[in-house]
Ligand binder design. Structure first.
Ligand SMILES: [Zn+2]
Length: 160
Protein backbone atom coordinates (compact mmCIF):
# COMPACT_ATOMS: atom_id res chain seq x y z
CA UNK A 1 0.00 0.00 0.00
CA UNK A 2 1.23 3.43 -0.93
CA UNK A 3 2.24 5.56 1.99
CA UNK A 4 0.11 8.63 2.29
CA UNK A 5 1.94 11.92 2.49
CA UNK A 6 0.91 15.53 2.73
CA UNK A 7 2.00 16.05 -0.88
CA UNK A 8 -0.01 13.09 -2.08
CA UNK A 9 -3.14 14.52 -0.43
CA UNK A 10 -2.40 17.93 -1.88
CA UNK A 11 -2.07 16.48 -5.38
CA UNK A 12 -5.44 14.74 -4.96
CA UNK A 13 -7.00 17.99 -3.73
CA UNK A 14 -5.57 19.74 -6.80
CA UNK A 15 -8.26 17.95 -8.83
CA UNK A 16 -11.13 19.46 -6.84
CA UNK A 17 -12.62 22.42 -8.66
CA UNK A 18 -14.49 25.41 -7.37
CA UNK A 19 -18.24 24.82 -7.84
CA UNK A 20 -18.75 28.41 -8.96
CA UNK A 21 -15.73 28.73 -11.22
CA UNK A 22 -15.09 25.23 -12.60
CA UNK A 23 -11.83 26.24 -14.29
CA UNK A 24 -10.26 26.90 -10.91
CA UNK A 25 -9.14 24.22 -8.51
CA UNK A 26 -9.18 24.74 -4.78
CA UNK A 27 -5.39 24.76 -4.82
CA UNK A 28 -5.44 27.54 -7.47
CA UNK A 29 -7.57 29.50 -5.05
CA UNK A 30 -5.19 28.78 -2.20
CA UNK A 31 -7.96 27.80 0.18
CA UNK A 32 -6.20 24.62 1.38
CA UNK A 33 -4.20 26.08 4.23
CA UNK A 34 -2.79 23.11 6.03
CA UNK A 35 -2.60 19.33 5.85
CA UNK A 36 -1.28 17.52 8.87
CA UNK A 37 -1.42 14.11 10.39
CA UNK A 38 -2.81 13.78 13.89
CA UNK A 39 -0.71 10.93 15.35
CA UNK A 40 -3.02 10.37 18.31
CA UNK A 41 -6.21 10.01 16.32
CA UNK A 42 -4.40 8.65 13.25
CA UNK A 43 -6.31 11.12 11.18
CA UNK A 44 -5.38 13.70 8.56
CA UNK A 45 -6.57 17.17 9.35
CA UNK A 46 -7.20 19.33 6.31
CA UNK A 47 -7.67 23.02 7.03
CA UNK A 48 -9.51 25.08 4.47
CA UNK A 49 -10.27 28.78 4.55
CA UNK A 50 -13.39 30.05 2.77
CA UNK A 51 -12.80 32.75 0.16
CA UNK A 52 -15.82 34.52 1.54
CA UNK A 53 -17.33 34.04 4.96
CA UNK A 54 -20.80 32.63 4.49
CA UNK A 55 -20.03 31.60 0.95
CA UNK A 56 -22.53 28.82 0.17
CA UNK A 57 -19.98 27.21 -2.15
CA UNK A 58 -17.85 26.20 0.84
CA UNK A 59 -20.26 23.42 1.85
CA UNK A 60 -20.07 22.11 -1.67
CA UNK A 61 -16.29 22.32 -1.62
CA UNK A 62 -16.13 20.32 1.64
CA UNK A 63 -18.42 17.70 0.13
CA UNK A 64 -16.27 17.50 -3.00
CA UNK A 65 -13.11 17.14 -0.93
CA UNK A 66 -14.75 14.26 0.98
CA UNK A 67 -15.92 12.52 -2.17
CA UNK A 68 -12.57 12.95 -3.90
CA UNK A 69 -10.58 11.59 -0.95
CA UNK A 70 -13.02 8.68 -0.46
CA UNK A 71 -12.74 7.77 -4.14
CA UNK A 72 -8.95 7.67 -3.65
CA UNK A 73 -9.39 5.26 -0.77
CA UNK A 74 -8.70 7.80 1.96
CA UNK A 75 -11.17 7.89 4.80
CA UNK A 76 -9.16 8.84 7.90
CA UNK A 77 -9.42 12.59 7.57
CA UNK A 78 -11.40 15.50 8.86
CA UNK A 79 -11.94 18.91 7.33
CA UNK A 80 -11.51 21.95 9.48
CA UNK A 81 -12.72 25.37 8.43
CA UNK A 82 -10.15 27.90 9.44
CA UNK A 83 -11.69 31.37 9.43
CA UNK A 84 -8.68 33.28 10.66
CA UNK A 85 -6.54 34.66 9.10
CA UNK A 86 -9.09 35.51 6.42
CA UNK A 87 -8.48 34.40 2.86
CA UNK A 88 -6.75 36.94 0.72
CA UNK A 89 -6.24 37.05 -3.02
CA UNK A 90 -2.49 36.84 -2.35
CA UNK A 91 -3.09 33.13 -1.72
CA UNK A 92 -4.35 32.65 -5.26
CA UNK A 93 -1.78 31.22 -7.63
CA UNK A 94 -0.70 33.22 -10.69
CA UNK A 95 -1.93 30.43 -12.95
CA UNK A 96 -5.26 30.62 -11.10
CA UNK A 97 -5.55 34.34 -11.82
CA UNK A 98 -4.67 33.69 -15.46
CA UNK A 99 -7.33 30.94 -15.76
CA UNK A 100 -9.89 33.25 -14.19
CA UNK A 101 -9.14 35.90 -16.79
CA UNK A 102 -9.48 33.41 -19.65
CA UNK A 103 -12.82 32.38 -18.20
CA UNK A 104 -13.96 36.01 -18.55
CA UNK A 105 -13.88 36.94 -14.89
CA UNK A 106 -11.67 39.79 -13.85
CA UNK A 107 -9.12 38.43 -11.37
CA UNK A 108 -9.04 40.07 -7.98
CA UNK A 109 -7.00 43.18 -7.69
CA UNK A 110 -4.68 43.09 -4.73
CA UNK A 111 -5.92 46.11 -2.90
CA UNK A 112 -3.25 47.79 -0.88
CA UNK A 113 -4.42 50.07 1.82
CA UNK A 114 -6.45 52.89 0.30
CA UNK A 115 -6.95 51.32 -3.13
CA UNK A 116 -10.57 50.32 -3.68
CA UNK A 117 -11.49 46.69 -4.31
CA UNK A 118 -12.23 46.92 -8.02
CA UNK A 119 -11.03 45.14 -11.14
CA UNK A 120 -7.77 46.33 -12.65
CA UNK A 121 -8.87 45.62 -16.21
CA UNK A 122 -11.70 44.29 -18.36
CA UNK A 123 -11.07 40.56 -19.05
CA UNK A 124 -12.28 41.00 -22.65
CA UNK A 125 -10.25 43.95 -23.90
CA UNK A 126 -7.96 44.90 -21.02
CA UNK A 127 -9.39 48.38 -20.62
CA UNK A 128 -9.21 49.87 -17.15
CA UNK A 129 -12.24 52.02 -17.90
CA UNK A 130 -14.82 49.94 -16.04
CA UNK A 131 -17.85 50.72 -13.92
CA UNK A 132 -19.77 48.84 -11.25
CA UNK A 133 -23.22 47.66 -12.29
CA UNK A 134 -24.13 45.66 -9.21
CA UNK A 135 -22.46 44.70 -5.93
CA UNK A 136 -23.76 41.17 -6.48
CA UNK A 137 -23.05 39.36 -9.70
CA UNK A 138 -24.04 35.79 -10.51
CA UNK A 139 -23.10 34.83 -6.94
CA UNK A 140 -22.47 36.70 -3.70
CA UNK A 141 -18.73 36.25 -4.18
CA UNK A 142 -18.71 38.30 -7.36
CA UNK A 143 -19.86 41.73 -8.39
CA UNK A 144 -21.03 42.72 -11.84
CA UNK A 145 -19.06 45.28 -13.79
CA UNK A 146 -19.33 46.77 -17.24
CA UNK A 147 -16.48 47.76 -19.51
CA UNK A 148 -16.95 51.31 -20.81
CA UNK A 149 -14.84 50.58 -23.88
CA UNK A 150 -16.03 47.24 -25.26
CA UNK A 151 -19.33 47.55 -23.34
CA UNK A 152 -19.17 43.92 -22.20
CA UNK A 153 -20.50 43.15 -18.73
CA UNK A 154 -18.26 40.88 -16.67
CA UNK A 155 -18.03 39.34 -13.23
CA UNK A 156 -15.41 40.51 -10.83
CA UNK A 157 -14.17 38.08 -8.19
CA UNK A 158 -14.25 40.22 -5.08
CA UNK A 159 -11.56 40.54 -2.49
CA UNK A 160 -12.80 40.05 1.02
ZN1 LIG B 1 -13.59 45.67 -22.34
Amino acid sequence: MEILTENKILSILASVTDPEIPVLTITDLGIVRDIKFDEIEECWEISITPTYSGCPAMDMISTQIRMTLFSNGISNFRIKQQLSPAWTTDWMSDSGKEKLKKYGIAPPNNPDFGIPDSPAACPNCGSSNTSLLSEFGSTACKSLYKCEDCLEPFDYFKCH
